[in-house]
Design a protein around this ligand. Structure first.
Ligand SMILES: Cc1ncc(COP(=O)(O)O)c(C=O)c1O
Length: 359
């Protein structure tokens, strides 16, 4: 295993302290953690499954896999096979262990975007592989690449990759025998753009070969505390992942499997939660712009990717003095050094407080 980086959020601690000292209290727009209630139907399903003395299936119940495949079909136009769905204990766990689970070897490159969720890099390191951040696949040399991550809508930029772009990634990867893992954590949260899954026929040409889509319920269903996600795609890859995960005890608890099934069966709460975020985004975006920040991308997802031209840590300090905590862009890669990431995941009351402090 390669040395791991410092845990990025630890560097924010002094700014959190400063923001917390604001007389009106902190508005924490740093970590994108949900704050709204877990849907009632999901809580009931969890409670009803609380008497679960036996070991759960690593593969997940047939109902859960069916619910996930149905949701992919209904909402994302993906012809998913319930047999090629596997529950994961949140998606961060899978992101961190996928290179290891796929047998990526030391010295091989794991590719991910230049500005990216830090766990793609961590996953490469855990496997002893070479983390390689690039947005230019075509510039890579001829060496074989085992795994390429894409993330649309992106954390941190909110950028949505069009079908044509994703199609090129898929065909590049297929020519080389690389697996494409698509982290679709924010796919239900498109604002000015409609995100498309890597498994959509317009992207993959109808075959899921070599492709994995990773779906989290943390954000769209307020289930970050339950650790509920799944991976779907190439049946052979899912089978290989299942085999290792069975041996390694990577099992979603049975009550969470039941809760996740209920969440996947119900589209109404997803629409409701979207509306909450849309309102917070509509309040925060113009307030940041009026205060001198330019917003880039941010067409989807839970973040505003913003810059006022200064070094990112100076921007963090300026907002911390107003009691607002945001994330410095360099956590996501060196090209983020003049940006901040502003999450829209605080309560309406806290967002209002931030808006009035920005005025
Ligand atoms: C791009 C991306 N992938 C994965 C995750 C992990 O989410 P979870 O482990 O809660 O499913 C996050 C969380 O913020 C994320 O931003």
């Amino acid at each position: 295993m390669k040395a791991l980086p410092d845990f990025p959020w630890d560097r924010l601690a002094p700014y959190k302290e400063r923001a917390s000292a604001h007389p009106g209290g902190i508005t924490d727009l740093s970590v994108g953690t949900p704050v709204d209630p877990v849907p009632e139907s999901v809580r009931q399903a969890l409670a009803a499954a609380s008497d679960s003395p036996g070991y759960p299936l690593t593969y997940g119940t047939a109902r859960l896999r069916e619910a996930a495949a149905n949701r992919l079909r209904r909402t994302h136009g993906v012809a998913a096979d319930p047999a090629a769905v596997l529950p994961t204990i949140g998606s961060k766990e899978l992101v961190a262990w996928l290179p290891t689970l796929l047998g990526v070897r030391p010295g091989q490159r794991v590719i991910f975007p230049e500005l990216a969720y830090p766990t793609y890099d961590v996953g490469a390191r855990l496997a002893g592989a070479e983390p390689y951040a690039t947005d230019g696949l075509l510039a890579l040399g001829p060496e074989p690449v085992p795994l390429v991550w894409v993330n649309s809508p992106s954390n941190p930029t909110g950028r949505v990759l069009p079908a044509e772009h994703l199609r090129k990634v898929v065909s590049w990867a297929r020519e080389r025998g690389a697996v494409v893992a698509s982290d679709e954590c924010y796919i239900d949260l498109g604002w000015e753009e409609s995100p498309i899954s890597i498994l959509h026929p317009d992207v993959c040409g109808g075959s899921h070969e070599g492709l994995l889509a990773v779906h989290s319920l943390s954000k769209r269903s307020n289930l970050a505390g339950y650790r509920a996600a799944f991976v779907a795609g190439d049946p052979a890859l899912i089978k290989a992942l299942l085999e290792v995960r069975k041996h390694a005890g990577m099992i979603m608890p049975a009550p969470v499997q039941a809760a996740m099934t209920a969440a996947l069966d119900d589209d109404a709460h997803v629409a409701e939660q979207r509306e909450r975020y849309a309102a917070r985004r509509a309040a925060l975006r113009p307030a940041l712009t009026a205060a001198g920040w330019q917003i880039e991308h941010s067409e989807a997802g839970l973040y505003l990717w913003a810059s006022n031209g200064a070094d990112c840590w100076e921007q963090v300090a300026e907002l911390a003095a107003k009691g607002i905590l945001v994330t410095p862009g360099d956590i996501y890669g060196p090209t983020g050094s003049r940006h901040i990431r502003v999450a829209i995941t605080a309560s309406d009351e806290r967002i209002d407080a931030a808006v009035s402090r920005l005025q």
